[in-house]
Design a binder for this molecule. Sequence first.
Ligand SMILES: CSC[C@@H](O)[C@@H](O)C(=O)COP(=O)(O)O
Ligand SMILES: [Zn+2]
Length: 218
Amino acid sequence: MSSFEQFTLEQKQQSFDELRDVKQLFASRSWFPGTSGNLSVRIGDFDPEQFYFAITASGKDKTVNTPEDFLFVDKHGQACEKTNLRPSAETLIHCEIYRLTGAGAIFHIHSVFNNVISEYFWDRKSVPVDGVELIKGLNNWEEEAHIEIPIVSNFADISKIVPEVTERLQPGVPGILLRKHGIYAWGANAFEAKRHIEAFEFIFEYVYRLELLKKGMS
Ligand SMILES: CSC[C@@H](O)[C@@H](O)C(=O)COP(=O)(O)O
Ligand SMILES: [Zn+2]
């Protein structure tokens, strides 16, 4: 089993740099209102027995850069190095998504569109999407693909959300909505996770606007 000590300073810095780039870009899109959102990238190979990832520190203003924005945690969400920083309050969700998918990066943002859509479709517990081109951005190249984006409960106690994530994760759909909270999207690496979150956000806005039009509102 691998240990965290195997990673060089350079490798660790690379993970932080990757997170910083994504953080800055998402901040420029106003995707971190009120300190919300969190980001992580895995370091090293995926081993379900032990894996490590860099994650945003909890409660920080993600629109500014400081020397204390990120830290490393293990598969249980425990800090790997001595630090005063607290990992994201939602670290356990990252841990579970890594465990289930072996992903290389996980990004979480709050937006008005993802919040409204999660509430609008809450009764059916998933968002139906039909034939939208951006489904291909989720790496689904089927003709007129139909996908269902799962929605799970939002509890203040994050450990209560985890079992729903375990149960509801859909093979082939690299994202999950938390009710009236936000989207988690992941991918094999930061590039792919970013593409996925962008595709989801496009889809949520599309679904929102289409539903309004169907109701004769705009
Ligand atoms: C301050 S609103 C957002 C938080 O409650 C939470 O949902 C969130 O996304 C950020 O938490 P954090 O602990 O900073 O990672
Ligand atoms: Zn959140």
